[in-house]
Write a protein that binds this ligand. Structure first.
Ligand SMILES: CC(C)(COP(=O)(O)OP(=O)(O)OC[C@H]1O[C@@H](n2cnc3c(N)ncnc32)[C@H](O)[C@@H]1OP(=O)(O)O)[C@@H](O)C(=O)NCCC(=O)NCCSC(=O)C(=O)O
Length: 396
């Protein structure tokens, strides 16, 4: 039962993916973050879960298990949950009836799992030539690592992302969140939308595949081109006019870039002589060479006053700068609230639900919370009745 403060379900019909049905075999993060984006924007996402345990993220990491686990909740709003034993022939037939009538099938099992279940792309295409079949793996469906279990941190480790984080005091934020899962999940969304568009013209579906590994390589497109085309490493962390600096009231980050003479402007903000006139710091190569001397001057100035003071000074020079802060602060920030980035509801058991909203803003519609994250198997009877009706219809 939906709580009273949920978005009006009638408004779902106005969302861009209204009428699109997704049979969703995904679990943990890469797949669920993709299908939540589809669900937020109006798709009917039917989440197929293992009997008894369900999605691994119902029981991972968080202190609360099951339906109330915030990790699970953050990835599974606006979906229906069905508990199914895919090894049971009768239940598998019902799932196939759903696929025959659906638009999209998604999974992020290890390569080969869906084929062994009789639910590979060729099987699904035979059931429904219009089906769009989206696969997320760790490394690829074939190739030397296809058999390995995939996980976010492994993809970051193997593609150079982790190696880049050599020093915590740098203006690059990498690793300590599920970058690979989120990126690959968003690539999966894009692949599905592209295939939906192409289906408009061709009348046929197709398979799209993404992996954690490829997404991490793609994310580093600039650094990769520098290595392959100029045999040079871009080290954003070492940029001489950027860095994290400590003030009397907390750290700030300064990115001295995208200006004609950022060093002159930094000096103006710090109210010191213009160091860009000093031969040691006159150009970028010289600034690299004497970075330690430059940063010693910056550090001493920043340490002499408050963060608020220095941010105002830097902003007055239109220098890119920001406080370095905890996520707790960002979640209640005026810009976060202004952007409507938090959506709230209350579950049917009375649990407060509070999530980060879809970051995609559309001028005519706004995705919201229509369904609470489902209890395991909450919609089993309802969805199986729909599947039986589809089977009867097909037989008639
Ligand atoms: C996450 C995994 C390592 C989990 O590995 P496993 O738990 O060993 O699962 P597998 O995918 O290998 O296989 C699932 C098995 O469960 C069976 N299975 C699944 N669903 C059902 C149902 N409903 N009924 C019956 N049986 C089922 C399925 O047939 C397979 O059996 P068999 O056929 O007998 O094998 C892997 O799925 C994987 O590499 N996925 C791709 C990359 C990925 O998404 N990684 C997690 C990202 S999240 C992340 O990084 C993070 O949050 O941290």
């Amino acid at each position: 039962m939906a709580a009273a403060n949920f978005a009006d379900s009638a408004s779902a019909a106005t969302l861009p993916l209204a009428g699109i049905r997704v049979i969703d075999f995904t679990q943990v993060m890469m797949g669920p973050v993709c299908t939540q984006m589809l669900a937020d924007h109006g798709a009917d996402v039917i989440k197929i879960e293992r009997q008894g345990a369900g999605d691994l993220s119902r029981s991972t990491f968080a202190p609360v298990a099951g339906h109330d686990n915030p990790i699970f909740c953050s990835l599974n709003r606006n979906k229906r949950s069905v508990e199914i034993d895919l090894r049971d022939a009768a239940q598998l037939e019902l799932v196939k009836a759903l696929i025959a009538d659906a638009d999209v099938v998604t999974n992020n099992f290890r390569a080969g799992v869906m084929e062994r279940l009789g639910l590979g792309y060729e099987d699904c295409k035979r059931l429904n030539p219009r089906i769009i079949y989206a696969v997320g793996t760790g490394f690829g469906e074939t190739g030397p690592y296809a058999h390995k279990g995939g996980q976010d941190v492994l993809a970051q480790a193997m593609t150079g992302v982790m190696a880049r984080r050599a020093d915590a005091a740098v203006p690059v934020s990498i690793y300590p969140t599920a970058l690979a899962d989120y990126t690959a999940g968003m690539h999966m969304v894009q692949g599905i939308l592209l295939a939906l568009l192409q289906r408009e013209r061709s009348g046929e579906g197709q398979k799209i595949a993404v992996s954690l590994y490829d997404s991490m390589l793609a994310m580093q497109m600039q650094e990769a081109a520098m290595i392959m085309m100029a045999d040079s490493e871009v080290n954003w962390a070492a940029m001489p006019l950027s860095g994290v600096f400590h003030t009397t009231t907390g750290p700030l980050v300064l990115v001295g870039a995208f200006k004609a003479n950022p060093l002159r402007d930094i000096c103006a903000a710090l109210e010191i002589e213009d160091l860009s006139l000093d031969a040691r710091f006159a150009n970028l190569p010289a600034q690299f060479e004497h970075k330690e001397a430059l940063h010693a001057i910056f550090r001493a100035r920043f340490a002499s006053d408050t963060r608020e003071h220095w941010l105002a000074q830097l902003e007055a020079q239109d220098l890119l700068s920001a406080p370095v802060r905890e996520m707790r602060e960002a979640l209640v920030d005026a810009q976060t609230l202004h952007n409507a980035m938090i959506i709230e509801g209350r579950s049917s058991t009375g649990q407060p639900l509070k999530f980060v909203a879809s970051p995609i803003r559309m001028s005519d519609v706004r995705a919201g919370l229509r369904r609470e994250p489902p209890r395991l198997g909450e919609h089993t009877q309802e969805v199986l009745a729909e599947a039986r009706a589809l089977l009867e219809q097909a037989a008639a």
